[in-house]
Design a protein around this ligand. Structure first.
Ligand code: UTP
Ligand code: MN
Length: 511
C-alpha cells in the first residue's frame, strides 16, 4: 500500500493549517520567548505542532495556555498586560504555566491535567479600594450605560480629546476617549486615585488630569484649553454642518473665528456649508426624542409610499436610549433582497415634492464583496446608499396656555440674521439633520450594529475582531481570516457570538 503522503504544514505559520491538524481544539498554546530565547521557542513550537498541538506564534485572546520558562508568575502577567493597549487584563482567562506542563504533555502525547506544580503563582496585590478589578480593555467587552457616575471627569477628558482632534492628533484623541469611556463603565463615582486600581485604558496623561480634578476640583490644562482661542474657534467652526477639522483648521489659520466670519469672508462655500450656516442655530440645538419620532413617522410614510413592505429602524444614539441627539439616523431595508435597490432617490423625491427637505445629498451604494476578503485595514466609512439631509420639521402647534405669544402670529421665515434665523425666534418649523441609510437585508445585522454606535464602541468592536479574532468587521460583513471566508450571521446577537463576545444591548453601548 502506498503510504498516504501528508502535506507538511509550514511549522512557522500559525493559521488555518494548524487548526485543521490540531488534535486538541480546546488547547491553544503560546510559548513566551522571554528568557526562553527565540531558537528554543522555535524548536518547541515545531515539536508541539508535530504532536498535534495548536501553538500560536503571537499572543492573542484566543490563547488558553501560556507557557514560559524561568519566569515568575508576576513577570508573565506583566508581560501579558503590556500586550493589551491601556494595560487590559487579557491574561485573566489563560492558564499561566511552567515549561514542565509542556514537556510532560509532549511526552504524554496529549495535554496533561494541570496540577499545582505546573501553575505559575501570581501574587495578587492587596486590592482594597479597587472598584472594578475585572473591567475589560475593549469597550465592546463592557456594559456602558447612558447614565454614569463620573461626568466631571469624562467631560474634562472629552475636552482634551476634542482638542487633540482639532490638532489632528488622532492617537491622542482616541486615548482620551478610551479613558473617558472606561470611567463611564464604572459602577460608582471615583473619589481617589486608589479607586482606579486595576482599571484599564488609563494612560499617564489621563491619570494626571484625573488626579488633579480629584484633588483640586478642576484641571488647569482643561481650563486652558477651554479658554484658548484655537479651541473655541475650532469648536464653533466644526459645528457648521459640512465643515470638518481640516477646513476649520485652514479657516482658523486664515483668521476666521466665528461661523459668521465664514459668511462674511467671501470664502467659497459648498452647498452643505451654505446650509450649515443658514441653519446653524437649529442644527446646534439638540434634537429631542419626540422630534426624532415625528421624523420617523414622515420617513415611514415616504418609504411605504414608494416601496410598500420596506422597514425603517431608528439607529444611532436614539437607539441607545439617548434623550437627545445631534441628528436622527435611520436604517431602511426590505425583507426581499434586491427590492431595496434604487429606493433612496424615490424617497428623496417624495420628501422634496412635499417641501420637507431643506438640503440633501445622496450617495449611491458602492459596496462590492471581494471574494478574497475585504481590503485591509477595512474601510471605516461604509458604502451604503445614503442620504445626508436636513429636514424641515413642523413644530407641533402649541396650545395658547403653553406659548401664548406664538399662537396666531405668522412668523417671518428668514430674518436676515447673518446666520439665518435663530432657534429662539421659534418659527413654525425647525431644521433637523437626518441620515438615511439603505441596506440590503443580507447586510442588515451589520448595518444595524454599525449604525447604533457609539463610535468608540464600534471602533473597539472592529479592533477586537482584528486583533483578537483575526476577523474583519464592517457595517457590511464579517470575514474570518483564519478560515478565509465570510461568516453570515443574521442578527446582532449572532455577530457578538461569532466574535466570542457577550451580547451587549444597545442601551449599554454608550462608551
Ligand atoms: P452619529 O454620528 O449620528 O452618532 O453616528 P450618535 O451616536 O447617533 O450620536 P448623536 O446623538 O447623533 O450625536 C451614529 C453611528 O453611526 C455610525 C457611527 O459609528 C455611529 O456609531 N456611522 C456614522 C457610520 O457607521 N458611518 C458614518 O458615516 C457615520
Ligand atoms: Mn446620530
Amino acid at each position: 500500500m502506498v503510504p498516504l503522503k501528508r502535506r507538511k504544514t509550514n511549522s512557522r505559520s500559525a493559521g488555518s493549517d494548524d487548526i485543521a491538524v490540531s488534535k486538541f481544539p480546546s488547547v491553544i498554546i503560546f510559548l513566551l520567548e522571554r528568557k526562553m530565547g527565540a531558537s528554543r521557542k522555535t524548536f518547541l513550537t515545531g515539536l508541539g505542532r508535530r504532536k498535534g498541538f495548536r501553538v500560536e506564534e503571537c499572543y492573542s485572546q484566543l490563547v488558553t495556555h501560556v507557557v514560559s520558562e524561568n519566569n515568575s508568575g508576576e513577570e508573565v502577567r506583566d508581560w501579558l498586560e503590556a500586550q493589551t493597549p491601556g494595560g487590559g487584563r487579557t491574561g485573566d482567562s489563560a492558564h499561566l504555566l511552567d515549561i514542565n506542563w509542556f514537556t510532560e504533555s509532549m511526552a504524554a502525547g496529549h495535554p496533561v491535567d494541570i496540577l499545582d506544580r505546573h501553575r505559575l503563582r501570581v501574587r495578587t496585590e492587596p486590592s482594597h479600594g479597587a472598584m472594578v478589578p475585572t473591567l475589560k480593555g475593549y469597550a465592546c467587552q463592557r456594559r456602558t450605560p447612558l447614565q454614569h457616575h463620573n461626568a466631571l471627569l469624562t467631560d474634562a477628558l472629552l475636552v482634551l480629546a476634542e482638542n487633540a482632534e482639532f490638532c489632528e492628533d488622532e492617537g491622542r484623541s482616541v486615548a482620551f476617549r478610551r479613558a473617558g469611556a472606561v470611567l463611564k463603565a464604572l459602577p460608582q463615582a471615583v473619589h481617589k486615585m486608589e479607586d482606579l486600581q486595576g482599571v484599564p485604558c488609563l494612560g499617564g496623561h489621563s491619570q494626571r488630569v484625573i488626579k488633579e480634578i480629584l484633588e483640586d476640583g478642576t484641571s488647569r490644562e482643561v481650563e486652558m484649553v477651554l479658554q484658548s482661542e484655537q479651541y473655541q474657534a475650532m469648536k464653533a467652526l466644526t459645528n457648521i454642518f459640512g465643515v470638518g477639522v481640516k477646513t476649520a483648521d485652514r479657516w482658523f489659520r486664515e483668521g476666521l473665528r466665528l461661523p459668521s466670519d465664514a459668511l462674511n469672508s467671501g470664502h467659497k462655500l459648498n452647498h452643505a456649508q451654505q446650509a450649515g450656516l443658514q441653519y446653524y442655530d437649529d442644527l446646534n440645538t439638540p434634537v429631542t426624542k419626540a422630534e426624532a419620532d415625528s421624523i420617523g413617522q414622515i420617513v415611514e410614510e415616504a418609504v411605504q409610499a414608494v416601496l410598500p413592505g420596506a422597514e425603517i429602524t431608528l439607529t444611532g444614539g436614539f437607539r441607545r436610549g439617548k434623550p437627545t441627539g445631534h441628528d436622527v439616523d435611520f436604517l431602511i431595508t426590505h425583507p426581499e433582497e434586491g427590492k431595496e435597490e434604487g429606493l433612496m432617490p424615490k424617497v428623496v423625491s417624495w420628501l422634496e415634492a412635499r417641501g420637507l427637505l431643506l438640503y440633501q445629498k445622496t450617495n449611491i451604494n458602492s459596496y462590492l464583496e471581494a471574494t478574497d476578503g475585504p481590503a485591509r485595514p477595512p474601510h471605516n466609512m461604509d458604502r451604503f446608499e445614503r442620504c445626508f439631509s436636513i429636514f424641515r420639521l413642523e413644530r407641533p402647534r402649541a396650545s395658547p396656555e403653553q406659548h401664548p405669544q406664538a399662537v396666531g402670529e405668522e412668523q417671518p421665515q428668514e430674518r436676515g440674521s447673518p446666520l439665518g434665523r435663530r432657534a429662539s425666534e421659534s418659527p413654525g418649523w425647525k431644521a433637523v439633520r437626518v441620515d438615511l441609510v439603505v441596506s440590503p437585508v443580507s447586510q442588515f445585522a451589520f448595518a444595524l450594529l454599525g449604525w447604533t454606535g457609539s463610535q468608540l464602541f464600534e471602533r473597539d468592536l472592529r479592533r477586537w475582531a482584528g486583533q483578537e479574532k483575526r476577523m474583519s468587521l464592517s457595517s457590511h460583513a464579517l470575514y474570518d481570516s483564519t478560515q478565509n471566508r465570510y461568516l453570515r450571521p443574521c442578527s446582532e446577537a449572532e455577530i457578538f457570538a461569532l466574535l466570542g463576545l457577550e451580547f451587549i444591548p444597545p442601551s449599554e453601548r454608550n462608551a
